[in-house]
Design a protein around this ligand. Sequence first.
Ligand code: AMP
Length: 369
Amino acid sequence: MIKLHDKFFKPFISAQEIDDAVTKLVDEIVADVGDEIPVFVGILNGSFMLTSDFVKKYPKPCEVTFIKLASYEGLKSSEDIQRLIGLTQDLTDRTVIVLEDIIDSGNTLHEVHRIFKNENVKALKIATLFYKPEAYDKDFKIHYIGLEIPNKFIVGYGLDYDGLGRDIPEVYQIMTIQHMTNLVLFGPPGAGKGTQANFLKDKYDLIHISTGDVFRYNIKNETALGMLAKSYMDKGDLVPDQVTIDMLSAEVDKNSDAKGFIFDGFPRTEAQAEALEKVMAEKDSVINAMIALEVDDEVLVKRLLERGKTSGRPDDADESIIRNRIKEYYNKTAILKNYYTAQNKYYGVDGVGSIEEITERLCAVIDKL
Ligand code: AMP
């Protein structure tokens, strides 16, 4: 995710996908133009990157020129289109191919046709890298299209938001941030995450996802995922990242109307934290806070052995497995404190005291978010 001025944008089209779309445009155009020398006309400012990449790939001789137009003011396609300037060359009987970075409303095309009306060109063709079919309301033919995209504001690869973003080699899409509360409840095994999550989910109307619980549910039901996870869990090791990430992402998708989530036991590695950011970005949302319950190791071991007497969890019954789980936490998971601290999202809470006291401490943090 990136921030330009006051808005957030999420990755949308990769540099590779853009490159493939440019290649597709080149292939289609060279097939039509053959050995004739076309004049490619880039429309500034947006199409400077496309024009450059396009002509580098174009396998035959061609001419390149630019005309300039500023059609966007901020987010909305401006009604008050500025005129095109800079067409100085004689284009009589030439095949002219206009290279546009993006066509949305089609207002610019109107202006393109106006400027070429009296030029006596042999053919005027329009090529665009991006095309928004939902926004286009004109009748001008668009001859070559790189990629069709939804009607959402994008930046990068020549396209800007109030001057910023043109230099980015990929394309980002605007995020209309949803007002969700997404919390990561953090802390070593036995810190009380599950207990506290139960109170918090009711109080704030959030969906509680405990990856440990989902794994245990799958083990109980003898699913393929359960069988896979069991061998790791029984030893107190972490289940491999990709398995856990896919499962978490499916759990989030099941709750499309949620007002927010409490993630308990996830993320446990940096790869999982990055994956969670992507899952949230797909919902136009973010993780608001990581709230960590801080508890001493020896208190944890005592609590878990106590819980093991009734929980039926094999990984709570044996002190060496419990110590391995705590070790896994410090080896692999505790580094996430730095990850969220760097984003100013880390909140440590003393996890020793009565359940009610700890709930109060957590609520004090959440209410301030
Ligand atoms: P928990 O109930 O959170 O203590 O998790 C119990 C066990 O499930 C852990 O010791 C791991 O084997 C597995 N597990 C739960 N969440 C994750 C995760 N995010 N990544 C990898 N393994 C996990």
